[in-house]
Design a protein around this ligand. Structure first.
Ligand code: SRM
Ligand code: SF4
Length: 516
């Protein structure tokens, strides 16, 4: 028997609560919830349905909520950034924000009773957090230098916005896509360096020429605790104007036929496995109402991936973008006010994010660059950071995430600094930390990936990592694999040092040798 949405018996607990009451229903109930207080709320409303509004109850910090935004293509205006900064500013030390591995932002420390007011503020500047968690489509990623890069093949900004508008009903919430079997990730890349990790999305569009410019379509990429797969070619080439309708058709197929009985098998790739790629392709064609043009024989991803840290000339003569290194994406309210101010004073009031959890300020005139470089914020978020710090990525980890097996962000920063003190590196090495096998910090795309686990040491259970290597990004992207299991965190630094020396050409600093 196939495992389809039409099988109503034996529903897992997630399917049951979705069938009992739609996730989006909480949109009309939020004022009522605020009246009764979060402590009195139904368990499923609190722990799950609120995520349809982008509001996350944090069992690690009860009463201090997290909000996950939607930032299509990772682009914000300074007025939007000011609003986000004001939201967290009122929570003092509890208020912080994180740039995420999907070019997005999450706000922390939020008081439940403030949520309706926060939504009103979002409305005034065109921000939305709708359907950003649970069984919904995640933030749609696009090229972080879209419209700036002289070598880009396609400016992804408008297309990404159109996909979001279609899927979320312009940020209001879309009842059509409110009950998917699981999460769903979409990425569009228009540059030559695959700056969005197309290969790890359920649906990705990569630039390719056939009847003019268009995209080859990849499907089924995902990470989960149980299984990780790179996306596979659908053998389809589409024109830019066909992308939105194809997204709709594929998400509908996933919604109507995706496997739902076993939550561990509910991502798109499991449906493709069950049907076979040919059947999947022809079902999509039927739903889309068109026949696919077969994929272009070659795509245009032929560069190594850029990290965008530094100052780079734009395609617009006389203008530059500045890529600022935000270690592990962590921002305070002050940092956000400063970023918004710099964007206004030196740029065009725009701030962008990358999937490496860094920020870009575009449109800085040549004449303003020298003064820009003297800004105090650049001492914290540099344009020329150390070669480990500039590439370190980390998921949320134990500080706020109840799935975490280890603390990640602080450790990632401390270890990058310590290794930079010990070693001389000649190129950036991408080290990704993730607190558990869910892989939000994408250790499989890293040069060196560290996945949190629990290990035994001297008869005690302690925090540890499994070490991944071999992740390749950009052209010919390839997922890394586990090379060493169960290393206690306190023993990781010397192992990383050795890996950096053996595999990445690092040299021991003489001062470090002397001080030993
Ligand atoms: Fe993730 C669940 C954080 C990107 C795979 N992820 C979670 C939750 C919501 C768990 C929870 O409720 O505590 C984490 C919230 C912790 C918190 O307080 O911040 C969480 N995921 C994140 C973020 C914030 C990591 C980061 O520090 O950047 C990223 C938010 C992206 C966004 O803006 O939407 C984030 N998560 C990812 C990615 C990377 C990506 O998309 O490129 C993945 C792997 C790719 C994928 O999904 O295929 C990822 N997160 C997961 C999974 C495993 C999904 C699965 O199919 O099993 C879970 C667990 C789940 O959904 O049940 C999860
Ligand atoms: Fe939490 Fe695990 Fe995701 Fe890290 S990888 S944010 S610990 S769910």
């Amino acid at each position: 028997m196939t495992e389809t949405a039409t099988t109503t018996e034996k529903l897992n607990k997630f399917e049951k609560f979705k069938a009992e009451k739609d996730g989006l229903a909480v949109k009309d109930e939020i004022s009522e919830f605020v009246k009764i207080g979060w402590e009195a709320m139904d368990e499923n409303d609190l722990n799950h349905r609120l995520k349809w509004l982008g509001v996350f109850f944090r069992p690690v910090t009860p009463g201090k909520f997290m909000m996950r935004m939607r930032i299509p293509n990772g682009i914000l205006t300074s007025s939007q950034m000011y609003v986000l900064a004001e939201v967290i500013q009122r929570y003092g030390d509890d208020g912080s924000a994180d740039i995420t591995t999907r070019q997005n932002i999450q706000l922390r420390g939020i008081n439940f009773s403030d949520i309706p007011d926060i939504f009103n503020k979002f409305n005034t500047v065109g921000l939305t957090a709708i359907q950003s968690g649970m069984d919904n489509i995640r933030n749609i990623t696009g090229d972080p230098v879209a419209g700036l890069d002289a070598n880009e093949l396609y400016d992804t900004r408008e297309l990404v916005q159109q996909i979001q508008d279609m899927l979320t009903n312009k940020g209001e919430g879309n009842p059509e896509f409110t009950n998917l079997p699981r999460k769903f990730n979409i990425a569009v890349t228009g540059g030559k360096d695959n700056s969005v990790h197309a290969e790890i999305n359920d649906l990705a569009f990569v630039p390719a020429f056939k009847e003019g410019f268009g995209f080859n379509v990849l499907v089924g990429g995902f990470f989960s605790g149980k299984r990780c797969e790179a996306a596979i070619p659908l053998n389809a080439w589409v024109k830019p104007e066909e992308v939105v309708s194809l997204c709709k058709a594929i998400v509908e197929i996933f919604r109507d036929h995706g496997l739902r009985l076993n939550r561990q098998k509910a991502r798109l790739m499991w449906l493709i496995d069950e049907w076979g790629l040919e059947k999947f392709r022809s079902e999509v064609e039927k739903r889309w109402g068109k026949t696919f043009t077969p994929a272009a024989p070659k795509d245009e991803i032929d560069w190594e991936k850029r990290d965008h840290i530094g100052i780079y000339p734009q395609k617009q003569p006389g203008l530059n973008y500045a890529g600022l290194n935000i270690p592990v994406g962590r921002l305070s309210a002050d940092d956000m006010f400063q970023l918004a101010r710099l964007a206004e004073v030196y740029g065009s009031g725009e701030i962008r994010f990358t999937v490496e959890q860094n920020a870009i300020i575009p449109n800085i005139p040549d004449s303003a660059l020298n003064t820009f470089l003297t800004e105090p914020l650049l001492n914290k978020f540099g344009v020329n950071p150390g070669l480990l710090m500039r590439a370190v990525v980390s998921c949320t980890g134990a500080q706020f995430c109840n799935f975490a097996l280890i603390e990640t962000k602080n450790r990632a920063v401390a270890m990058s600094k310590a290794l930079e003190r010990e070693l001389i590196l000649s190129k950036p090495v991408r080290i990704h930390w993730t607190g558990c096998p869910n892989s939000c910090g994408q250790p499989q795309v890293a040069d060196i990936g560290l996945m949190g686990t629990k290990v035994r040491k001297n008869g005690q259970t302690v925090e540890g990592v499994d070490i991944y290597m071999g992740g390749k990004v950009g052209k010919d992207a390839k997922l890394g694999t586990c090379v060493q299991k169960s290393v206690p965190c306190e023993d990781v630094q010397p192992i990383l040092k050795e890996i950096l020396i053996q595999n990445f050409g690092a040299k021991v600093r003489e001062e470090a040798l002397i001080s030993h």
